[in-house]
Design a protein around this ligand. Sequence first.
Ligand SMILES: [Mg+2]
Length: 405
Amino acid sequence: MEQVVSTDSDGNIDNTEGVIASIVAPENKSTSTSTSPKSASSNKNLNQRKIIHIDMDCFYAAVEMRENPSLKGKPIAVGGRPNSRGVVAACNYEAREFGVHSAMPMSQAFQKCPQLITTPVNMDLYKSVSKIIHSIFHEFTDIIEPLSLDEAYLDVSDSLHCNGSATLIAEKIRQRIFESQNITASAGIAPNKFLAKVASDWNKPNGQKVITPAEVDSFVKKLPVKAISGVGKVTAKRMTELGLITCGDLEELGQEGLHKYFGSFGERLYKYSKGIDNRPVETDWIRKSLSVEDTFAKDLPNLESCLLEIDKIYEELLNRLKRAKQKQRLFAKSLVVKLRFDDFETTTIQMAGTEPDKDAYKRLCSEAWQRGQRPVRLIGLGLQFNPPDMPEQLSLLEKRHPPTL
Ligand SMILES: [Mg+2]
């Protein structure tokens, strides 16, 4: 029997690599996952999805104001120097009031706002902040599609956090970002990406908007065509000429008419005009592990009581695994048990295995318990997965010759 053992004080069941998230969800039950970059995943239940679009508020400028609080309240632009041919990479809301916007030549920005303060682009800093924000996203879902350093779509359809409420998850994410980074984010919550993105702009900065499935029709009817991402200046002008002001107007013009005037984009416009967008949230991340943990209201006094709890946690692990397998192919390589004793000492133990196995978990639990022989406040059961590029044959081979326990 091959066993790798690790004990740590912060209780990560997998403290090897990758992003690790462990959040106590309602019912005192938590799930933790770790992931690594690679393939895409698809989504299901197209009409009942819960998509969040998170957009940081003037991200680069916000980070600069955080680093140098004396800049707060003043118009600032991040970018190249005014006497060079630099452009505005980002600016704060104070600068925007003067008509400054990103991609504008810095010299022009100074004409509009002579008192504009400029700071150089500090990309390494923005990247490091972005990384932390992404790790916050991962506490809530693994299905994340980053659009840029400061923007991402999250599919939280299957998230168990906040009782499954996407609205509360968005609030919590924004709160966590603010507490951790002292900068604000806005969020849009909707059944698809198109509407989530529109909604995140609605109550900006530092706000959020929800469009429920029931509200989609009436919301879209009145939505100005300019709010559609992909409708640039030229298209917007053409639409105005054609008297197309709202998405309701687009729908009235119909599929053929839209195709006639806007070519292949017309087909997308027609779907948008009906509030339809079936594009999945495409993640670059794949799951490296999955685990279910339970923290008990009252410490479990002995090994016997721990073994009894494993039945329940095991059931939950199987449920989670089933859901995870609907999103991507997963090949387990090891089984992991984590125990946290009443003195917060935490121990993890693992063994090779390609399938969850209740008896094996019980044996691992017994062995882990011997290390502390104290009351237990938390039990975690988990699986670690092979990287996706690992030949599938290996898993099959392991199945035919299961490791002896
Ligand atoms: Mg932004």
